[in-house]
Design a protein around this ligand. Structure first.
Ligand SMILES: Nc1ncnc2c1ncn2[C@@H]1O[C@H](COP(=O)(O)OP(=O)(O)O)[C@@H](O)[C@H]1O
Ligand SMILES: O=P(O)(O)OC[C@H](O)CO
Length: 580
């Protein structure tokens, strides 16, 4: 919203000391104009605060009710958050407060049951548009574009893009992390010798989830991809690599294209060795790929002032990209989970619990993943991860497929219209079940339906499904780490639901802490970028960021009741396993 020019000059020209009583009317009129002007400006301020840089579409998850009182010559860091359902760009000040943002939902492509694609070009254009719109808003608020010192990127992980290294042309739609088309291929891989040793090296179990299975499917099924592989022009990357490449200008960028990734993303391909933080030929061999035929992005640090290049076009042309993190690692950083023992759970499209385990990876024996939390300075920090494939996606299903609600936020009223789940359990296994179960022959199933079941029960069961899986993950984490969490930091779109977060606290029996500013994923990317250019210099400096105004949800349900609910969930999982 542009500010209305203040017409103060005419008012100021009236010198009230000269005024004869006959002029009183004029003075009163001028005073009333001045008061109106002030009211108008106040109202404008309010409107902008309410807009708060909020999203332009769908589920606005911006929570910036107050406009930070920052001096306009401050330093800012931009953050691109390229998620599964939307792209956003946020501009943060040094206090970690977003001062402007823009969000766009983009097309979800479901060509067949179990298939899920994105258009790689649309991903890039949505990001560019978000940057341009957020910068417009930023400038309208009186800030200078030159005060944006660096840009960080955070992104949906595992989603796989392949393109021609010479032309920059995508060779197929991006195959999204949720996609299960490679199930048969994965079953075959599991029978190969050495399959049981993979996780020790790369941290992930064989499943349809990591990027490699998506790449192998394309190599088997898409002629253009096969051909590029044979010609040695096949570039493969996760969304971070694709975005950095395109934002730098593609093949016209520096050195014929900036082609980099970093460990929190590269570790999700199954090609990266967790200890060396580099591609491991034994992993690549296992998958039957020829290293020379495939161009893999260089793995660099998550925070780097030079190597990520800079924005080649649009309103931020010339601004350097200096940090990058997969979205779940970024959320851990944004929640300031820098020390071992800290954990966060992000309820987005899926839901991902990351637990900082320190300087050595922990290979799970109980269905969790080992992953890189961040690598800012060459000393990587690792995390144990519990990945849930369907969280907010279940809510979107009720909205888009069943028409039970018309916006995500409505699920809360619908779920609150009933007292409990009425015996209903929704195993939201649209992509099979991920951690800690890793069952790929199960599909979404609603159990326990009777004549008594109402829409509200299904809504409640949808929210509860993520909470049960979180409980199962925490149980596994406790077994792997030998420690129990004492509280759980949460964020992500679905954490907006009080009912869901209360259910979560009830089921896990520990407090759930939700920050006021929930764009922690973007904040994490900004931190990675800001570190590289000295906006922040130490973890200590970040302690106070986003601390004020958090909500704590204490467990209220009797332990026996929550144990009984969880037992029913586990029974439901067993009941529908093996269905496919
Ligand atoms: N008020 C709300 N209550 C419950 N769920 C919500 C609410 N607002 C958004 N969501 C859910 O949050 C998800 C989006 O969260 P977000 O963190 O933006 O995810 P992503 O990064 O995966 O795109 C959507 O699936 C949506 O259903
Ligand atoms: O889109 P989100 O936020 O659910 O995150 C996607 C994950 O990175 C997939 O591993």
């Amino acid at each position: 919203m542009d500010s209305i020019p203040v017409k103060a000059a005419a008012v100021n020209q009236v010198d009230s000391t000269d005024s004869a009583p006959a002029n009183q009317q004029v003075l009163d009129l001028l005073q009333s104009i001045q008061q109106n002007q002030q009211r108008l400006e106040q109202r404008l301020g309010e409107l902008e605060r309410n807009q708060g840089g909020a999203s332009q579409s769908g589920d606005a998850t911006a929570h910036h009710d107050t406009l930070p009182s920052t001096a306009h010559d401050e330093t800012f860091v931009g953050a691109i958050d390229q998620g599964t359902t939307s792209s956003r760009f946020l501009i943060f000040n040094k206090e970690g407060e977003p001062v402007a943002s823009h969000q766009i939902e983009f097309k979800q492509i479901y060509p067949h049951p179990g298939w899920h694609e994105h258009d790689p070009e649309e991903i890039v254009t949505s990001v560019q548009l978000c940057m341009d719109e957020a910068v417009k808003l930023f400038k309208r608020r009186g800030y200078s574009r030159d005060s944006i010192k660096a840009i960080g990127i955070t992104n949906q992980r595992e989603t796989t893009v392949v393109w021609d290294k010479n032309t920059g042309e995508p060779l197929y739609n991006a195959i999204v992390w949720t996609d299960t088309r490679s199930a048969a291929l994965v079953r075959e891989l599991k029978t190969r010798s050495g399959a049981d040793k993979l996780q020790d090296k790369c941290g992930l179990p064989l499943s349809t989830y990591p990027s490699v299975s998506k790449l192998l499917w394309m190599l088997e099924n898409v002629d253009k991809v096969k051909q590029a592989y044979e010609n040695g022009t096949l570039a493969f990357g996760t969304i971070d690599a694709w975005l950095v490449y395109k934002l730098n200008g593609g093949p016209q960028g520096r050195d014929g294209g900036v082609f980099v990734s970093e460990p929190t993303n590269a570790s999700r391909t199954m090609f990266m060795n967790l200890e060396t933080l580099d591609y491991d030929n034994s992993l690549i061999d296992f998958f039957g790929l020829k290293r020379d035929n495939i161009r893999l992005p260089n793995i660099i640090r998550s925070s780097d002032a030079e190597a990520y290049g800079s924005i080649a076009s649009g309103s931020l042309t010339g601004v350097s990209i200096t940090g990058c993190l997969g979205d779940q690692s970024a959320a851990l950083v944004g929640q300031k989970g820098f020390t071992p023992g800290l954990a966060k759970n992000t309820y987005g499209t899926g839901c991902f619990l990351l637990y900082n385990v320190g300087e050595k990876p922990v290979i799970s024996k109980h269905g969790l993943l080992a992953t890189v939390a961040f690598n800012f300075d060459g000393k990587p920090i690792y995390a144990l991860e519990g990945s849930i494939a369907v969280a907010g996606q279940g809510i979107k299903f009720l909205q888009n497929n069943l028409g039970l609600i018309s916006s995500s936020a409505e699920i809360n009223d619908l779920a609150a219209s009933v007292e409990d789940n009425g015996g209903c359990i929704f195993v939201t296994a649209f992509s099979g079940l991920f951690a800690p179960y890793w069952i790929d022959d199960v599909r979404g199933s609603i159990l326990g339906i009777t004549q008594y079941t109402q829409k509200g029960h299904v809504a409640r069961a949808t929210l509860e499904a993520t909470c049960y899986q979180t409980k199962a993950i925490l149980n596994a984490m406790e077994k792997d780490s030998g420690k129990a969490l004492t509280e759980l930091a949460v964020d992500g779109g679905m954490s907006n639901s009080d009912l869901c977060m209360q259910t979560q606290a009830d089921l896990i029996g520990i407090p759930v802490i939700r920050p006021k500013m929930r764009e922690t994923t973007a904040l994490g990317a900004a931190i990675a970028a800001g570190f590289a250019v000295g906006v922040w210099k130490s973890f200590d400096e970040l302690k106070e960021l986003n601390r004020v105004g958090s909500t704590t949800l204490e467990p209220k349900m009797p332990a026996e009741k929550s144990a009984e609910m969880f037992e029913r969930w586990e029974k439901a999982v067993k009941t529908c396993s093996g269905f496919v």
